[in-house]
Design a protein around this ligand. Sequence first.
Ligand code: PEP
Length: 249
Amino acid sequence: MRRPLVAGNWKMYGTRQSVDELLSGLNEQQWPEEVDLLVAPPALYIQQCHQMLEGSPLRLAGQSCAFQAEPGALTGEISPAQLRDAGCEFVLVGHSERRSLLGETDEVICRKFAAALASGLRPILCVGETREQYDSGETADVVGRQLQAVLDTFGVGGLSQGVVAYEPVWAIGTGLTATPEQAQDVHAMIRARLAVLDDEQARCVQIVYGGSVKADNAQALFDMPDIDGGLVGGASLNADEFGAIARAA
Ligand code: PEP
């Protein structure tokens, strides 16, 4: 019923040269047909990716977007409409690095979610708790709050036009991965929360896991019933590893 989705977040890595090499490696991979596949390059390299990935099943995502859909005086920002114009179909919103290092609030993230939808992009809403919040048993509250900010405006129907990425902050870029069972518990909690509002739509929402997903742990995570794939950071910078992760979904 739900298609698996595997997304690569290249973060602020790459040069024209290294992106060229990565794309060549990606173009040599065997991609599974039944999986939605995408990469989120730094914005400067989206055009290069668009050209080199012509004919590939890999689709493009922005790593962030402006909080307004219309053109305007927002120096340094990239609108979701511009991402769409450059060939993107998805955009990450609320990645934890942007929440914690760039001060993005739930309110701003909700506006970005709205602007993305208004521009015809599918937003990938990232949610997740910090180590301290995990240790003090606050995961459900924190993730619930982050989701609620978007649900208040869009409901489950709106959320299901995007994707939810559960990314425990303590697992991002740390080499620590939630166990498949830990991740499944949170994914099931998210789906149950959505089901209270709209059971049918809740079953359709793609919920992917992120946090040190690698070729050697992907299969066990993706085998869990509520884990619909992965948002992959570091490991997506290696074409063979990203290919292996995609084939595990
Ligand atoms: C991410 O950037 O969203 C991420 C999950 O990174 P990593 O896979 O490196 O932990």
